[in-house]
Design a protein around this ligand. Sequence first.
Ligand code: COA
Length: 240
Amino acid sequence: MRYEIGPGEVHCWTFRPAQFAVNELAVVLSMDERKRANRFVFDRDRNEFVVCRGILRHLLALYAGMAPSDLQFEYSARGKPALAPNSDARIQFNVAHSRGAGVIGVTCAAPVGVDIERMDGFARVSALVPTCFAPEEQAEFASLPQRVQPRAFYAGWTRKEAFIKATGEGLSRPLHSFAVTIAPDACPRLLRCNSDPASAAAWTMADLGDHGFAAAVAVPAPASIRARNLYPQFLGLKQA
Ligand SMILES: CC(C)(COP(=O)(O)OP(=O)(O)OC[C@H]1O[C@@H](n2cnc3c(N)ncnc32)[C@H](O)[C@@H]1OP(=O)(O)O)[C@@H](O)C(=O)NCCC(=O)NCCS
């Protein structure tokens, strides 16, 4: 079966790594990926990496019409993975995982970025607001009722991180050099982008999270976002 993706579509797949069997996924990893997995100190981190990379391979294999273990990745200078030219390089993707949940964005439209965060540490991370949020984001955050602020923090965080993952810059990009909408119920949008002010309006952003997780996707183009949950059965795998 080959899974089709329409022009301008972004398919966003959210999943729970615990539903997948580590051993069944480990066998499709490359030698480099196995070496990387073995460098993790904690089993929990190793298993999450193996499961997410294994799911990524199985999912992209459906789009590329290839076997999961035949796919080859290459990496940008800042570490963003992409499919190598011999593995259907027109397919663009991005992955995020956060202690019990993961998300993969797939598209042919433009570079894509995704992020997911477990919303359980606001008391611990709220001090990061001035560092992570640009002045207009801080103002929007401060204007929200206190009960909404934890969700707003994670909405803003995931929208911003999806943006810096779409560009591939990661944290090398100053977080005050662009601004997104912060309120959880606001339409997710890129409001300002210092490096390319005219392009801000062209970006598409969407929220994807639920059940204790915030998640977001960003692409630098008009796009139609299709969000679905991914279960082992869809990939022909057994339930853990
Ligand atoms: C890699 C990075 C972009 C995200 O890391 P993270 O939050 O720890 O992890 P995520 O789960 O979101 O993403 C990890 C995945 O992103 C991908 N990735 C790695 N480098 C990337 C880059 N430069 N751009 C886009 N994606 C990248 C990889 O597929 C990686 O998965 P892997 O571990 O299976 O290889 C990190 O360099 C970074 O900049 N993090 C920002 C954290 C932060 O403080 N954000 C504040 C937002 S307000």
